[in-house]
Ligand binder design. Structure first.
Ligand code: HEM
Length: 473
């Protein structure tokens, strides 16, 4: 067992890792995912990667990950980016402001307490109908034999879901159109967020910067407009915006300021749609090249649903569909990684991690570690079956993912500890209901000769989209 401790034991040693900053930077800018896996194989559970201005510490041992995210989480902050003047900020603050994802300490604890009830199982279950109806609507323009880009279609679907559940607007409203076209992606400051001189680059008169700030301004105008509308209304809405506006601080009884509501609403809008869209797109990619798994999913959907749309009550019976989504998130975790900065020097697995360094936890590395995942590259939803059927019994992978003994944080698409994704049940329910609703009528085949290549930025998504041929079932 890996020794993970903050207590002083034998003198901590330097962390092993590659030398050569340029080589590391080059490898990181090419294919960081395979590079990280190679580093894990070569150097072990904690690896130091020299990056020029700052070292990165890749932590992959599940116990060590638990130490960082759970046991000793107070020793770390999410403010990992040095924005240019020695001021630390969390990635994405430029768009999210000071919200659940970007804040730390007491402010974060307070916001989390306030917002957590909005994501309780019963509350999310209330959105079940929206999940199914939107997944049904999205198919209206699809034609048998047509080529669809599943990343685009799934983004439309998940954007419509957050538009409805967060803002109570439909996808053909002006507000939703602005949300769809105005959302800044990979532009301007979001591109150089991780560089030490990001603040200065953001001020340059570059087209990407201009588009980003214009997009953000449009989004703000929409959100503040919706806030104003809600304030004029009866305060009875059950969308998240109404709930945020109705919420009161447990200690002071004070409501949130408008700018706080804006920050949280934009965070959920952004954090809550591209992630689930990626999980769905990767599911279709994997099902495309695994006809057996696809057939089994369709048989399950037909048996459970017959002619009707799914409801939340169907979820416990959509076992294989759920396993497909979990397995897709194992092979292609929608979020590239979690970043933390140690507030003090820290000891992990007998190694010294310096204060203010960059600690990276990368689910891709844990999810493809052969120590925890036999045949890690294989798409095998049966890993997730809790009660395998007799027909599966001889398969060594069946039920593996839920067997006792596998460390919990060998799988962490949603993170862990007090910063674990607040929307994890929301997206799992949404994802399974979307697969089931779409799967009633459609299946998707890969386009011959098209290579799907993961692009790892903040999220992991197909680099050149995911064209597939739609077949009506
Ligand atoms: C497949 C879908 C999703 C994945 C893989 C995912 C992944 C993650 C991960 C890994 C974190 C932890 C980040 C860290 O510790 O640094 C996180 C946090 C968060 N996620 Fe998600 N997410 C998903 C869907 C959603 C949805 C649907 C929402 C909201 C509607 C959401 C809202 C948030 C928020 C607000 C946080 C910050 C929580 C905190 O720090 O207290 N996510 N997510």
């Amino acid at each position: 067992m890996t020794q993970v401790s903050t207590a002083p034991v034998a003198a901590p040693t330097a962390v092993p890792g590659p030398t050569g900053k340029l080589r590391a930077l080059h490898a990181m800018s090419g294919n960081p995912l395979d590079y990280f896996n190679d580093l894990r194989d070569q150097y072990g559970p904690v690896v130091r990667v020299p990056l020029g201005f700052r070292d990165l510490y890749l932590v992959s041992d599940p116990e060590a990950v638990h130490e960082v995210l759970v046991t000793s989480h107070r020793n770390f902050t999410k403010a990992t980016m040095s924005a240019g003047r020695g001021e630390w900020v969390a990635p994405l603050s430029v768009i999210f402001g000071n919200s659940l994802t970007t804040s730390d300490g007491e402010y974060h604890r307070k916001q989390r307490r306030l917002i957590q009830p909005m994501f309780h199982h019963e509350r999310v279950a209330g959105y079940g109908r929206a999940f199914a109806e939107i997944s049904d609507d999205i198919q209206s323009g699809w034609k048998d034999g047509a080529r669809l880009d599943l990343t685009v279609e799934m983004t439309e679907l998940t954007l419509a879901v957050v538009a409805r559940t967060i803002f109570d607007v439909s996808l053909d409203s002006d507000a939703a159109r602005t949300i769809r076209t105005g959302i800044p992606r990979d532009e301007g400051p979001l591109r150089w967020d991780s560089l030490p001189f990001a603040r200065y680059l953001s001020k340059l008169p570059l087209p990407g910067n201009k588009r980003f700030f214009e997009g953000r301004a449009k989004l703000d105008a929409i959100v503040y407009g919706l806030i104003e509308e809600r304030r004029q209304g009866d305060g009875q809405g059950d969308d998240l915006l109404s709930l945020l506006l109705a919420s009161r601080d447990a200690d002071t009884g004070e409501p949130l300021e408008d700018y706080q509501v804006r920050d949280e609403a934009i965070t959920m809008l952004m954090a809550g749609h591209e992630t689930t869209a990626n999980a769905l797109a990767w599911s279709y990619h994997l099902l495309g090249s695994n006809p057996e798994a696809r057939k089994r999913m369709h048989e399950e959907i037909d048996e459970v649903l017959g002619d009707r749309l799914p409801t939340i009550e169907d979820l416990p019976r959509l076992v294989w569909t759920d396993a497909v989504l979990s397995e897709a998130m194992r092979l292609y975790p929608p979020i590239m990684g979690m970043a933390r900065r140690p507030l003090e020097e820290f000891e992990l697995c007998g190694h010294r991690i310096p204060k203010d360094s960059f600690v990276a936890l990368v689910p891709w590395v844990n999810h493809r570690d052969p120590k925890w995942w036999p045949q890690p590259e294989l798409f095998a939803p049966q890993r997730w079956l809790k009660n395998p059927q007799p027909a599966d019994a001889a398969d060594e992978l069946t039920g593996h993912a839920v067997q006792p003994g596998r460390p919990r944080l060998a799988y962490l698409p949603f993170g862990a500890g007090p910063r674990q994704c607040i929307g994890s049940s929301f997206s799992q329910m949404e994802g399974v209901m979307a697969l089931a609703t779409v799967g009633r009528n459609w299946e998707f085949e890969p386009v011959p000769g098209f290579t799907v290549d993961p692009l790892a930025r903040i999220t992991i998504r197909p680099r050149h989209g995911l064209p597939m041929t739609a077949r009506r079932r």
